[in-house]
Write a protein of this length. Structure first.
Length: 84
């Protein structure tokens, strides 16, 4: 493909990069041109944006490393017990 047009696979990758502000100006320009002609990629972009916003608003709390380590030990012990 030429420099202005891109495949849907490349458009999807740039869409993902753009969600995290990792895309260049040129990539965003090419992506916007692509979604003018591709309804599937336009829908993917809208869905991706909704998902990103939902995650931002969800106020997810991650486990601390001590709790993760304890859970890992318990899981490993249970797996070990099942093999016996």
């Amino acid at each position: 493909m030429n420099k202005l047009f891109m495949s849907c696979e490349e458009a999807s990758h740039i869409c993902d990069k753009a969600q995290y502000n990792e895309s260049t100006f040129w990539e965003r320009l090419k992506f916007r041109t692509h979604i003018l002609f591709c309804g599937l990629c336009k829908k993917h972009s809208a869905d991706n944006h909704k998902l990103t916003e939902a995650i931002k608003q969800s106020k997810i709390v991650c486990l601390d490393s001590k709790t993760k380590s304890e859970m890992k030990k318990c899981l490993e012990q249970e797996l070990k017990n099942q093999k016996l």
